[in-house]
Design a protein around this ligand. Structure first.
Ligand SMILES: [Zn+2]
Length: 126
């Protein structure tokens, strides 16, 4: 089984909440690595992502590591009764050859859809 180690949390700009035209649409999300020198563009969508919980339930990643990297509070991650909408997608950049874990959710409010990005983590898979 692949274990995921978190290297660091990537600093994100203000644009973490983005409109989605349709719940099945693809959205281009950009962030920077290498002290802001390299711009990455990841395509996020419902279809290409999965529940973050599936990674922690399979033991690839721990809730503790996520909380340590300020994805969200440990008590929220461990609350079984809470509807947990966080999704994830892996992204590999050929420019820097780094792997990233992008954590977001797709929300709906009165027929308007949006993506909110909680965190982008630089990771290593071993
Ligand atoms: Zn990079």
């Amino acid at each position: 089984m692949t274990k995921i180690s978190i290297i660091k949390k990537i600093q994100l700009g203000e644009e973490r909440s983005l409109p989605l035209h349709h719940p099945d649409a693809e959205l281009c999300f950009s962030f920077y690595c290498g002290s802001g020198k390299i711009k990455h563009e990841a395509v996020l969508s419902f279809a290409s992502s999965n529940f973050l919980r599936s990674l922690t339930e399979s033991g690839q990643l721990s809730n503790y590591d996520l909380a340590q990297n300020y994805v969200t509070k440990l008590q929220d991650l461990e609350d079984q009764n809470r509807n947990f909408p966080y999704r994830y997608q892996f992204y590999n950049s050929k420019e820097c050859n780094n792997d990233y874990l992008i954590i977001f959710d797709i929300n709906e409010y009165r027929d308007y859809y949006g993506i909110f990005v909680y965190a982008v983590l630089q990771i290593e898979k071993n």
